[in-house]
Ligand binder design. Structure first.
Ligand SMILES: [Zn+2]
Length: 135
């Protein structure tokens, strides 16, 4: 686990993420129920099942445009909870340094430190539509 986070802070973030997970599941469940598609309605039952810990994988492939944003966030929340379990929560996936506490407070699902994140966003902006050929 990231050394800069106390057990208490980890618990705080975990509670936050679990609460967000619950909310997102509710939203997605509602959207699936309201859809006309029986395949989606079957899925709604599983999304709502409290025993089902990771539901994003079930829905992410379906590409349901109306709930795409929620599914992406659900996926990020589940990944963050998984990182808590394997002890890599709060550590930058790019450079391996501790992600700043203020950043985690603002974005509890953050996978990168501020430096790597802004570099990535810059690369992305520069790469998209700039006409530079990529290898
Ligand atoms: Zn980094």
């Amino acid at each position: 686990m990231a050394k800069h986070l106390s057990a208490e802070q980890i618990r705080e973030f975990e509670a936050l993420l679990r609460e967000r997970h619950r909310e997102l599941r509710q939203d997605i469940h509602q959207a699936l129920i309201e859809s006309e598609d029986s395949q989606f309605q079957d899925l709604a039952g599983r999304v709502h099942d409290p025993g089902e810990e990771s539901v994003a994988d079930l829905i992410i492939d379906l590409n349901i445009r109306q709930i795409d944003h929620q599914v992406q966030e659900l996926y990020a929340v589940e990944s963050a909870l998984a990182r808590m379990r394997n002890g890599t929560y709060g550590i930058c996936a790019e450079c391996g340094t501790d992600i700043q506490l203020e950043r985690l407070r603002a974005v509890p699902t953050a996978t990168r430190c501020i430096d790597c994140q802004s570099r990535q966003e810059k690369d992305y902006v520069g790469g998209a539509g700039s006409g530079t050929p990529t290898l």
